[in-house]
Design a protein around this ligand. Structure first.
Ligand code: ATP
Length: 910
């Protein structure tokens, strides 16, 4: 594929003028046409870094045989074949092949799911096509595309900048320099300029941290600077979850234990002397192969991945697999207010202008400076159809203007914006500078009232400018509080006239000596499902915490409406300024006191996460802006916003909310809890089964019984066990899943009674199986005796005793095999809840599970009842009486476990 791609231009574009760059790339300021872009996409290929070669199916198949135990097993099977036991040898090889095929299928499923995750997290980019702005997948970018950049974007390809407005780009991935670089569009003279100094270029995967810009794509995919070092940027393996690592650890530990048991068994078996060494070796190795849960990590991946698919349907897009399991243990959900807890649809409700509060429906003259500033200092765009595009805070202001007959487009056409100091959530201010007809310039500034007020020196009442005094300041502040207490977001407007545009577009230079114009109060209603989600979270022992850049009173009013705090619970609210007064140690001590953080900046979020983590809590944190990335990375679960989030924030998160909705987080936590408990079920089921088998064989060997043949063990483990194990991963959530407390940072899959259950249930399985074997020997079926007589009569040289012995053993062995397999199928129902009664959990709710159990049952029965098959498996036909015994014995595990669970519930007071 890569050989067929057309070669892209490799030039020092930074040394060339804009015209030359555009003409070489066959592009212009309007962007490519869609047809041209499609053509180039076909020619140059997708804009993505090549991944390492994928393994072929065959090599994956071969990989399955790399396990030492499997090799020993195959060798032993061959030796046994040579020594005469062809049937057994062939069957072992067949089952091992089946096992390899299952292994490949499972791995392929897991891989598919992980690819789907990657697909979902492909970032988007803003480009100009045919002169219109358009959002496309970054992978569809082609050389010559015109890319629009703003703070929070990830640069999608290598670009030569054509415009840079206060544009700052962080290029740490390429240059190691984490301080953002201020870019410009000056042509460089030296082709040898190092990457870090090419100020008119932007490189793939760098982050725009500030300002805006436009660039033309000079290289895509592997033809970018990152592409050149792609092999060096070995991506972390995101499929390796802590759970899987724990499992691998456990796997190792179990392997040693099981190997030790196998060796003991081999030695004891040899000393017993009733079996050849090849038989004994085969039995021990089969046991090892069967009992070592190699398949578990793959099953866990599949269950996690299936969990992500269910979450995706419910709007929670998991980007990193470990997030699924961490989500389930979330103790604290820190959520932004705007857009996550509220709908992010602002409407202007009240204004304070000319020292008077006016309702939004009252008339407003076009020369009102509050009206003018809120429209001028505004990045809202109009689409071709006239709809408003932009930040809801800003579109609300433009909408208000339009309602009052103030069409900002007409005004700005005459008084164009010539410079700006972009908004950032640390400063909480934004300014634009407009050229006026009289040669002067208007600076229009809007932002958080407390911040803006600090920078004003006078105020405007009906066009009269008066010096700011204490009386006015306190009038503004009390009005601000009154509005904020009604849950309104309040923005202040101010302006000034200057004779020239400052050369340095810095806040300190531009945003001072301002004239206060007025306040605007906007309502952003809570999401209707948010209060319920807060209630569910609290019930589940999870603490919801609200974080906002908004004013303390606005924050408190909304938090109370949502149920995050109670009405009037002032002491649960803290502001960024108060937080600044606390050292990290002091804050860590008081962090549990606060549920609402107001007027905070993104860097406070990191402190909040760390303080809670120091308390041993698992913290989820939402974020949308470029500055939220560190907090998103520090949190145990970083949650990005699918609609309003910047690409940088999405890239830093573990999960993205497709609908930006707080309640989706709670849904995802529920799903995470379910997935974790389903994995526990699978583990409990498989390990109890393995323990049952190991014990059965071990005790049988000690007692010199022939209970199970290697092929039986392999069949049970490889075939009949597998389907219910996977299907358990699909169990619906238990009813009380959101009524339990979070499981805690240090819990693992053995916690909550799972380990003890595995042990006693494994012993139980072995006990019942051995019991059936023993009773079959002691009380043989009448039919067996009849058959023995016939067999003895028919076979020359076979004494009656010998015939009876053979048949009894054959029957007993068959019954033990059937019991051990069936007992596991019945036990699969028990593990649906660790302590809850099966009859309350709903035994048949999971259809896939029901089919899996039926399939396993058929596959087991086939080996016993289908003539021919039973010879391969060296089992006899069981008569009805024997089947009844087998069924009763194996089903008995359900009432026994129910009784134990009953007492456990009593003890746990559940
Ligand atoms: P939240 O923190 O609740 O999610 P948010 O994301 O809108 O809200 P920021 O964007 O950090 O918060 O805004 C913080 C403060 O900055 C706001 O409360 C407001 O006072 C001010 N502000 C927000 N948007 C603008 C803007 N476009 N121009 C000027 N000031 C703004």
């Amino acid at each position: 594929m890569s050989e067929e791609k057309k070669q892209q231009l490799i030039e020092p574009f930074y040394t060339e003028t804009e015209e030359s760059v555009l003409s070489k790339l066959g592009s212009n300021r309007e962007g490519l046409s869609d047809a041209e872009a499609a053509k180039r996409l076909a020619e140059y290929g997708e804009n993505q870094l090549d991944e390492g070669k994928k393994k072929t199916l065959f090599s994956k198949f071969l990989d399955q045989f790399k396990d030492l135990m499997i090799i020993i097993l195959l060798v032993a099977a061959v030796v046994s074949g040579i020594m005469g036991d062809h049937v057994e040898a062939i069957m072992i090889v067949v089952v091992v092949f089946l096992m390899a095929i299952f292994g490949v299928v499972q791995e392929a499923k897991a891989e598919q799911a992980i690819d789907a995750l990657k697909d979902m997290s492909t970032p988007n980019a803003n480009v100009l096509r045919n002169g219109n702005a358009k959002v496309i997948k970054s992978t569809e970018i082609v050389p010559g595309d015109i890319v629009l950049l703003e703070a929070g974007d990830v640069i999608p390809a290598d670009i030569r900048l054509l415009e840079a407005n206060s544009l700052k780009i962080e290029e740490a991935a390429l240059t190691g320099e984490s301080v953002p670089v201020e870019k410009n569009i000056e042509v460089l003279s030296d082709a040898d300029t190092g990457i870090g100094d090419r100020l008119n270029m932007g490189y793939m995967n760098s982050n725009v941290t500030y300002g805006r810009g436009i660039g033309v794509v000079t290289g895509t995919g592997m033809n970018t600077e990152v592409g050149k070092i792609a092999s060096m940027l070995a991506q972390a393996d995101e499929t390796n979850t802590p759970l899987k690592e724990n499992l691998n650890q456990l796997g190792k530990w179990l392997t040693y234990a099981i190997l030790a048991i196998c060796v003991i068994m081999f030695v004891v078996g040899m000393m017993g002397g009733n079996k050849s060494w090849v038989d004994m070796l085969l039995t021990s190795v089969s046991l090892a192969v069967a009992a070592i849960p190699e398949g578990l990590p793959a099953i866990v991946t599949i269950v996690l991945a299936l969990g992500t698919q269910i979450m995706a349907k419910r709007n929670a897009l998991v980007r990193k697999l470990p997030a699924v399991e961490t989500l389930g243990s979330t103790d604290i959900i820190c959520s932004d207010k705007t857009g996550t807890l509220t709908v992010n649809q602002m409407t202007v409700e009240q204004l304070f202008t000319n020292n008077q509060v006016v309702a939004a429906d009252q008339a407003m003259p076009a020369d009102n400076m509050t009206l003018k500033v809120m429209n001028y200092c505004n990045d809202t765009k109009f689409s071709a159809e006239g709809t408003l595009i932009g930040d809801p805070t800003e579109t609300a202001l433009v909408k208000y203007g339009l309602n009052k007959g103030f069409d900002v487009r007409e005004f700005v056409a005459n008084e164009p914006r010539v410079a700006e100091v972009p908004f950032d959530s640390d400063r909480k201010l934004m300014s634009t500078i407009h050229q006026l007809a009289d040669g002067r310039y208007l600076v229009a500034t809007k932002g958080a009232p407390d911040e803006l007020l600090k920078r004003t020196v006078s105020y405007d009442v009906n066009g009269e400018i008066k010096p700011m005094d204490e009386a006015e300041r306190s009038l503004i502040l009390t009005t601000n509080t009154t509005l904020a207490k009604q849950a309104l977001r309040v923005l202040a407007m101010a302006y000034k006239f200057v004779d020239e545009v400052p050369t340095e577009l810095e806040s300190d230079v531009v945003e001072n000596n301002l004239i206060f114009a007025g306040l605007v109060g906007m309502i952003d209603p809570e999401r209707k499902e948010a209060a319920e989600a807060v209630r569910v979270a609290k019930e589940a022992g999870i603490r919801p915490i609200m974080i906002t850049g908004d004013h303390r009173d606005t924050a408190e009013a909304i938090a109370a409406r949502l149920g995050i705090i109670t009405e009037g619970q002032h002491e649960a609210v803290i502001t960024g300024a108060e937080l600044n007064e606390l050292s990290d140690e002091a804050f860590a001590k008081v962090v549990p006191n606060y549920s609402v953080y107001a007027r905070v900046s993104p860097e406070h979020k990191v402190r909040i996460v760390k303080a809670w983590q120091a308390e041993g809590k698992v913290v989820a944190m939402t974020g949308d802006g470029v500055n939220d990335a560190p907090a998103l990375k520090t949190a145990d679960i970083g949650i990005g916003m699918g609609i309003t989030g910047t690409e940088v924030s999405k890239g830093a998160s573990d999960m993205v909310l497709a609908d930006d909705n707080f309640s989706t987080i709670v849904v995802a936590v529920e799903e995470g809890r379910k997935v974790f408990s389903n994995i526990q079920k699978t583990i409990q089921y498989l390990l109890a089964a393995n323990l049952g088998e190991v014990l059965t064989l071990f005790i049988a060997t000690l007692l010199k019984w022939d209970t199970l043949l290697p092929v039986h063990l392999l069949w049970i483990n490889v075939v009949t066990d597998t389907f219910p194990a996977i299907a358990l991963g699909l169990e619906p959530a238990e009813k009380d899943v959101m009524k339990q407390k979070p499981r805690g940072r240090n819990s693992n899959f053995f916690s909550g009674g799972v380990l003890s259950s595995i042990i006693y249930q494994g012993i139980l399985e072995a006990g019942i199986t051995l019991g059936v074997y023993w009773s079959a020997l002691k009380w043989p079926a009448h039919t067996a005796l009849d058959a023995a007589q016939k067999a003895a009569a028919a076979a020359d040289g076979l004494s009656m005793e010998q015939a009876i012995y053979n048949l009894q053993h054959g029957d007993a062995l068959t019954m033990a095999y059937a019991t051990l397999a069936l007992i596991q199928l019945f036990h699969a129902f028990n593990v649906k809840s660790v302590h809850g009664s099966l009859f309350k959990v709903g035994a048949f709710r999971n259809k896939t599970f029901n089919y899996a159990v039926i399939l396993s049952f058929v596959l087991l029965a086939a080996t016993i009842v289908i003539p021919g098959f039973n010879d391969l498996f060296q089992v006899t036909h069981l008569d009805t009486y024997q089947w009844v015994i087998v069924l009763c014995a194996s089903i008995s595990i359900i009432p026994i476990v129910e009784i134990v669970k009953f007492f456990q519930r009593k003890a746990l007071n559940k």
